[in-house]
Design a protein. Structure first.
Length: 166
């Protein structure tokens, strides 16, 4: 039997239907929640903001991406207005949208604090729907299935066990 997670992400994500696309106000709200996370990357060499990389990953997973490769493909195929709503910038010379590549998403997910990411995404998801009933009482402490899926995708791509502990 499957035990419930203590994270609000699992409870709220079960009630959400997979959206065709996030509304612009949902994207901005997601970016606001992700802006609370500290960027562990060095300032030098950053092409994408932390919020944009994570927002693209979240939107791709909500659209059905189940691996880092799928997240990268979704980002590469996403239309400009969607990328703009997720905080992605245009190239200064060509004007083309510069979506984060799979390798960038992988590196960011490997170094970002998974607990802080889980809290930020859980808070955003919790605000997407009015509560219809109280979530079930947590029966175990651990990561949400959503965070576990991101960690598993990162570990599979890196060719090693997940560094995200349950």
């Amino acid at each position: 039997m499957h035990a419930c997670s203590s994270s609000p992400v699992a409870a709220v994500a079960q009630r959400l239907a997979v959206p065709a696309a996030l509304a612009p106000d949902q994207c901005q709200d997601l970016l606001d929640h992700l802006a609370q996370l500290a960027d562990p990357r060095q300032r030098r060499g950053r092409r994408h903001t932390l919020g944009a990389v994570l927002a693209v990953a979240v939107a791709a997973v909500l659209a059905g991406a189940r691996s880092l490769a799928a997240i990268g493909e979704w980002a590469a195929d996403a239309p400009g207005p969607v990328l703009a709503a997720l905080g992605v910038r245009r190239h200064p010379l060509t004007g083309a949208w510069r979506s984060p590549a799979e390798a960038t998403v992988r590196r960011v997910l490997a170094c970002v604090d998974p607990d802080a990411l889980d809290r930020a995404i859980g808070a955003w998801l919790a605000g997407q729907l009015p509560p219809t009933r109280p979530p079930p009482a947590p029966t175990r402490v651990g990561r949400s299935r959503w965070t576990a899926r991101l960690c598993a995708a990162a570990a599979t791509t890196l060719g090693r066990r997940s560094t995200c502990s349950p």
